[in-house]
Design a protein around this ligand. Structure first.
Ligand code: GDP
Ligand code: MG
Length: 241
């Protein structure tokens, strides 16, 4: 067994990673701030979409593209461990999309976003989505410079997630309850989920929708349009002050 201990006070054979993790997150936050500054300067709303794998993120990006592509200049960065499949699906819905392949990393980091921005021609966009890697754990810890973090919970994955994965709900401004068309067929309580999410984060907003039936899409797209306008208005106020 490898011996890492140099004194009796340190455990033998154990690697203590805390400081490495903290400095990694500090470096990430530094890059996230520079992304936030860039998005601020060019009036682009940046929205980080998180959820478990299969909750419907890509399908939502496709449906949102169909609703909003004639009203807004938008694009999607999409992270996965392997393949370009999601970016291809999103491009087929009519908006530009770039795949970030993480090669096994379970989340996107700010540095990956910074490197991708020139390739998606981010200047001039009103709205840029990041579809994060599908899980409710690692992506919660990494700020990507987003204005808003939006977490999907689908009706098929159970209504008990907010208290199991509190950090994700604590750091999200909006929870989307997806696959609403399946609610009549599964044991899932929108009320119980909403109550748990609000016990974790009293400020969290909630919208129930289905990318397939279209239910709730109007409310979601209205939410996005308002946030885009608010960001532009805030900058106008700052410039004229
Ligand atoms: N019934 C139903 N199925 C959906 C909905 N949204 C996505 N799906 C299905 O859920 C599966 C996973 O969707 P996907 O968008 O790839 O999930 P992602 O892994 O979070 O990006 C696919 O088979 C989709 O067709 C929805 O609103 N209703
Ligand atoms: Mg996807």
């Amino acid at each position: 067994m490898t011996q890492f201990a140099k004194s009796n006070r340190q455990p033998v054979g154990a690697v203590q990673c805390e400081n490495t993790t903290l400095s990694l997150l500090k470096a990430n936050d530094f890059v996230a701030k520079s992304i936030r500054d860039q998005m601020q300067a060019q009036d682009t709303l940046l929205v980080n979409i998180t959820s478990s794998a299969g909750s419907g993120k890509t399908t939502l990006m496709q449906a949102t593209a169909r609703y909003l592509k004639d009203q807004l200049k938008m694009a999607v960065l999409v992270g996965d461990l392997e393949t370009e499949r999601d970016a291809i699906r999103i491009r087929e819905a009519g908006v530009d999309s770039l795949q970030i392949v993480t090669n096994g990393v379970c989340h996107l980091e700010a540095q990956m976003i910074l490197q991708a921005l020139p390739h998606i021609h981010a200047e001039g966009l009103d709205l840029l989505f990041i579809e994060n890697v599908g899980n409710l754990v690692c992506p919660a810890a990494f700020d990507l410079g987003e204005d808003y973090r939006v977490t999907l919970i689908s009706s098929t994955e159970g209504d008990d997630k907010p208290k199991k994965y509190p950090r994700m709900f604590l750091t999200s401004e909006l929870m989307l309850i997806s696959k609403a068309d399946l609610l009549p067929y599964v044991p899932f309580s929108v009320e119980a989920l909403t109550q748990d999410a609000r016990e974790v984060n009293p400020e969290i907003e909630v919208i129930t929708l289905s990318s397939l039936s279209g239910e709730g899409m109007e409310t979601w797209c209205q939410w996005l349009l308002e946030k885009v306008s608010e960001k532009k208005a805030r900058r106008q106020t700052a410039v004229s002050a």
